[in-house]
Write a new protein. Structure first.
Length: 245
């Protein structure tokens, strides 16, 4: 049984997965194959990219980061989620998939816009607005069902990449907290930041010396140079309601 199963491989689900995996939770992302982010012609309001960035490139790098953090991926669509034991929600959940084997997880993060029909058996508190169904959550993304969370647009957050990423990270942190993992803060700091004050390095934190900092910086710069060396040939996808000639 996985610690966390995240339904949806868009930016909200990926951000949540990066945090849960880095905290040591066994994390699986079930990816339906396309993020709405892939419809962006150019992502131009995300901090850190003064002239914008190709949205598909950003999505690829986010997925790569999740994998390097230890996240596992499965391509597919979740059709139903229900408790392993109706009398004990701490026993976890079973996720039925379309054409695949059932999955089990102690916690489920729903980050799939705009499909939430698979959550109906759990009575998480779905809110209908026109043809869409949002999920009611608290400030940490927790639903009415313990162990089930919603992140990003599905949780009625604004439809912007930066917001989805931030909310996904916040929900991931809530799941970490609820899991009881020995975790303080996902933070890489200079050598001596804690120990120089006579403190132990807290769980989830790391102190690195200057040589290691320079090594990581070089590795990060080289990876970005490789990623942006050539234009990405992948084209934006259009909204499915648009009729193309």
């Amino acid at each position: 049984m996985r610690d966390v199963c995240i339904v949806g491989g868009g930016v909200a689900g990926l951000a949540a997965s990066i945090f849960t995996a880095r905290a040591g939770l066994d994390t699986l992302v079930v990816d339906g194959g396309e993020s709405i982010l892939a419809r962006n012609a150019s992502l131009e309001n995300y901090p850190g990219f003064p002239d914008g960035v190709d949205a598909r490139r950003y999505l690829q790098l986010s997925r790569e980061q999740a994998r390097s953090s230890g996240v596992a991926f499965e391509l597919g669509r979740v059709t139903r989620v229900e408790p392993v034991d109706e009398t004990d929600l701490e026993a976890g959940f079973v996720l039925e998939t379309e054409g695949g084997d059932p999955l089990e997880a102690r916690r489920v993060i729903a980050a799939s816009w705009s499909d939430s029909d698979y959550l109906v058996p759990l009575d998480v508190g779905r809110i209908q607005r026109g043809s869409k169904h949002f999920v009611s959550v608290d400030e940490g993304g927790r639903t009415a069902v313990d162990g089930v969370y919603a992140a990003g647009r599905l949780a009625d957050e604004p439809h912007q990449t930066i917001v989805a990423a931030g909310h996904g990270a916040k929900v991931g942190l809530a799941a970490i907290h609820d899991s009881g993992a020995n975790f303080y803060h996902d933070w890489v700091v200079p050598e001596g930041y804690f120990t120089g004050r006579g403190r132990e390095v807290p769980p989830g934190c790391e102190e690195i010396d200057d040589a290691e900092r320079r090594k990581r910086d070089e590795q990060a710069r080289q990876r970005l140079l490789e990623a942006f060396a050539e234009p990405l040939e992948e084209e934006p996808t259009m909204h499915p309601s648009v009729v193309e000639d």
